[in-house]
Write a new protein. Structure first.
Ligand SMILES: O=C(O)CCC(=O)C(=O)O
Ligand SMILES: [Fe+2]
Length: 231
């Protein structure tokens, strides 16, 4: 397990997480099953990897369906994003948040941030902690709802939709009095594909606000900034 600090606050962010990546061999719709995965798995936890990929695969298939719904919402053909999600970025984490004693100005479970990819589906346990920033600048609790996910728009989708979809700024502060666990699933486009504007989101009066780059270049840029403590 690995503790980390995303945003260089005064004290370490309290959470610890196990992270893993997309693995084509667990993707029923993979075009190229033999592509290697970058994840590192513990060798002494029988069934751990298989259990987690069982859930990951369900979310992967659901996320592909959601991108079709997003395409329709953008007045594009249903299959507009299909080419982008054949070999998606689909990392996942299990996060553990101890109960926090310090004030939110000094410490968070995870500090305020936006996610890098297109959208994130968060499975939460029954404990409060996740908060989202609304347009008026107030933190709103995203209270756990049984059998439901929180879906947060992330930065690649904001870029590609020219700010029509806006990334959700969010943070976690666990003052629930209990330990909290969550499983975010980060769904993004194929690293080799360009983040070009969705045609329905640009016009002569509303030109593309962002320079075009591939998803891979964008993930690299964000990950480098996060390591430097500026994200
Ligand atoms: O634990 C949560 O509810 C959210 C986690 C999160 O925002 C992240 O890992 O990026
Ligand atoms: Fe997040």
């Amino acid at each position: 397990m690995k503790g980390y600090n995303r945003n260089g606050r005064k004290q370490q962010d309290l959470s610890e997480a196990f992270n893993w990546a997309y693995d084509a061999s667990y993707d029923p719709e993979a075009v190229e099953k033999s592509q290697p995965s970058i994840s590192i798995w513990p060798s002494d936890l029988p069934g751990f990897k298989e259990e987690l990929y069982t859930y990951h695969t369900q979310l992967l298939q659901f996320a592909r369906r959601l991108t079709r719904i997003f395409a329709l919402a953008l007045h594009m053909p249903e299959d507009h994003f299909d080419e982008y999600v054949k070999h998606p970025e689909a990392g996942m984490r299990i996060i553990h948040y101890p109960q926090q004693e310090a004030a939110a100005v000094d410490q968070n479970g995870i500090g305020a941030h936006t996610d890098f990819e297109c959208f994130t589906m968060v499975t939460q346990d029954g404990n409060d902690g996740l908060e989202v920033l609304n347009k008026s600048g107030y933190w709103i609790k995203a209270k756990p709802v049984a059998d439901a996910f929180v879906v947060n728009i992330a930065d690649c989708f904001m870029r590609q939709t020219n700010d029509f979809f806006v990334s959700t700024v969010h943070r976690v502060i666990n003052k629930s009095g209990r330990e909290r666990y969550s499983l975010p699933f980060f769904f993004g486009f194929d690293r080799s594909k360009k983040l070009e504007a969705v045609p329905s989101c640009v016009s002569t009066g509303n030109p593309m606000k962002y320079p075009v780059m591939t998803s891979g270049e964008y993930y690299h840029y964000r990950a480098t900034n996060a390591k430097a403590g500026s994200s």
